[in-house]
Every structure is written in C-alpha cells, then in structure tokens.
Design a protein around this ligand. Structure first.
Ligand code: GN1
Ligand code: MG
Length: 354
C-alpha cells in the first residue's frame, strides 16, 4: 500500500534534518519497494518503504546494513557507502502504521541507469559489485541475517520445480512439455552447484545478490560510485554476482522479450564484466573460483528459467504478470539465453583465458 502524504510527513518528523520541508515526490523506481524523493531547503533524501510481503523480517535488513556500515566506516573510511540516516533515537529503520521505512541521503550528481548501453557501464557496475565484497572481506559473514531464505539455493529451486511437476496445473504441465524436458536435460547444472557447496575452494562472502544495473549509482561522467539497495545482502558465493551480471548485462534485450532472435550474447560485455569484477576481486578469488566464472552464468540463467517455469506451472503466484502466459514467455526467453551462452562457451572461455 502506498503511504499517504500525511503519513510520509509524519515519518519525516522522526528525523532531525536541517532546513525546511519542501516536497515529497514518488520515484517510480523498483518493483519491490516504494520510494520517494524528499526535498528540503537544505539537502535531498530518498525515503523507502520496505515490501514486507517479500521481506518478512525488515529488522534483519536494518541489522545487516547497520553492521556492515559500521564495519566499513571503521575499516575503510574512504570507501563510499550510503548509510541510512538515523532518526532522533539512532534507529536506521522506522516502524510506523504497519510499514517499515528508511531514509537515505540523496547522493549529489548521482544517477541510476535503467538500461545498460555500453561495455564501459558493465565494467563499472561489475567493478562496484566486486569492490563491495572486497571491502567487506574482514566482516564476520556468519553474523549476517538471512533476509530471504534460500534465495539462490539452486537445489531447492529444482525441488520446487519437481514439486510443481507433481502438483501444478495439469494443462500447463502438458503444454510446456518441451520446456520441462529441456530443464530436466540440463540438471547437471544443479549437480555442479552441489559440488561447489561441498568444495572448500569456494568461499562464502558478503554478497549483494541483486546486481541489476539500476542498483549501481553512476556520476555524470559515467563513473560507478557505489552499489545501493542492500536488502538482499547475505552470505553467498561469487557465482551469484557474476551469474546475474552475465544473465542481465550480456543480451541487448531483457527477460521480457518475446522475439527470441534478439537474444544474443555480446562478447565485449562479457569481457567487461570479467575485467571489472576480477579487477576488484582478483586477490580474494581462488583459481578454482575463477575457473567457474562462466559456469556462474549458466547457474543464474538456469535458476531464473526454473523459477519462471515453476511459477507458471503453479498458476503464476509469485512473479507479477500483466498478460496470460507471461511466465512461459520469460521461461522461453531464459532458456534461449542459456542456449546462446552454451553455444558461445568456447569463444567466451578463450576471451578470458590468461
Ligand atoms: C525479482 O523485482 P526484481 O527485479 O528486483 C527477483 C529476482 C529475479 C528478478 C527477475 C526477491 O527481482 O530474484 O532475478 O525478479 N527478486 C525476488 O526479474 O524474488
Ligand atoms: Mg524484475
């Protein structure tokens, strides 16, 4: 539920902010949380309401961000990290009339991108995600709270898919037989994930888990400034980072594209992700982890295809849809992307072999 103007004004009263209150305007960014821009005579802010249907424990988000913020301020004071503004009582999250809110300073001369246009932007974004984990290296990762249980647990996603095959909408199961068969045929991607979990060469690190391009702030010269939207920061593997960048930065069209011929892998964007991420994380990644750079793309694309297909088979209960069979189209889209990646695998591997 969007909040009323009155309620928003009330929330602002929790803070001790300089200047007079001028305006609160909605910012149409993001599908999950509601966001507003707060303008005062001295300074601007971003106010955000957490979506508690998805994030059942908003306090966990606040807890993680506060601890990471404190750690970064102490150990890497020059690393740019946007912390929520504390209210008069020092709280970084406010609970008001069933809703949870937080306020961020608006970073001057910053902007977000909705669509990735150049390899340089891919490089900058990959670098910022890498730098975030790099600077969190000494942070005790086990103390992070889990804000979304089993978020990137591919084993569980496969189980949910199998469950949907048993209890989903029968007509949909019949109609999507070719897609189901394909997903089953690629099950080895899950087996590899399981071997990664059992392999000590793969470290669990502080991981952002949502590398979409709009989660990076850029300045007017196109330089990456920092990562934002830390709600899904949890312990994780580097394949979650690199995988979702491969999934969302390499193709010129999004997961919503129905013309499958437009789904292609752009090699120069792959190379940019490699250079940006490895440039920041080189010293922390094991040789074995680096060898799974390309696998991480298969991991995330396959997982996303599984999640869309599972949701379709279950009657569209998770992802927002605006037309019938949208989740089926998204599944086809992601399967095509996976096939394109597999097709290009030798060329991509050659690009990054050193
Ligand atoms: C959801 O809404 P958005 O784009 O931030 C989903 C991601 C998926 C993505 C696919 C909490 O994220 O895991 O990759 O859709 N987030 C959640 O578009 O399920
Ligand atoms: Mg989305």
């Amino acid at each position: 539920m969007p909040a009323t103007e009155e309620l928003l004004q009330e929330i602002i009263q929790h803070y001790d902010l300089p200047g007079e209150q001028l305006q609160i305007l909605p910012l149409e960014k993001g599908l999950i949380n509601h966001t507003w821009k707060v303008s005062r005579s001295q300074g601007e802010y971003i106010l955000q309401k957490i979506n508690t249907h998805i994030f059942k424990s908003p306090e966990s988000i606040a807890y993680n961000i506060k601890n990471i913020g404190t750690y970064l301020t102490r150990h890497h004071p020059r690393y740019f990290f946007v912390r929520p503004v504390p209210d008069r009582n020092g709280n970084e999250m406010i609970h008001e009339q069933e809703g949870y809110y937080r306020l961020f300073p608006y970073v001057t001369d910053s902007r977000t991108l909705d669509v990735l246009q150049s390899p340089q932007q891919a490089f900058e974004a990959a670098r910022q995600f890498g730098l975030f984990t790099f600077h969190c290296q000494g942070f005790p990762v086990d103390t992070l709270k889990i804000t979304l249980e089993d978020f990137h647990n591919l084993t569980l996603r496969y189980q949910q898919f199998s469950q949907a095959l048993a209890s989903g909408v029968p007509e949909r199961i019949r109609e999507s037989k070719d897609l189901i068969d394909y997903m089953v045929s690629q099950r080895s991607i899950v087996d590899i994930y399981e071997s990664i979990k059992a392999n000590p060469a793969f470290q669990v690190r502080v991981t952002h888990h949502d590398t979409k391009i709009s989660n990076v702030l850029f300045n007017s010269r196109g330089k990456g400034l920092c990562v934002i939207d830390l709600d899904t920061v949890m312990p994780g593997y580097f394949i979650s980072y690199v995988g979702d960048m491969i999934r969302t930065y390499l193709s010129p069209v999004s997961e919503e594209e129905g013309d499958l011929s437009k789904i292609v892998i752009r090699e120069e964007f792959f190379l940019a992700v490699w250079k940006g991420y490895i440039g920041a994380m080189e010293d922390l990644l094991s040789q074995e982890e680096k060898e799974f750079f390309l696998y991480s793309g298969k991991f995330m694309i396959y997982m996303q295809a599984l999640r869309f297909l599972t949701d379709y088979l279950n009657g569209d209960s998770y992802y927002k849809i605006t037309y019938k069979d949208q989740n089926l189209l998204r599944t086809r889209n992601q399967i095509t992307l996976l096939q394109q990646l597999l097709y290009k695998e030798p060329a991509l591997k050659a690009l990054i072999s050193t």
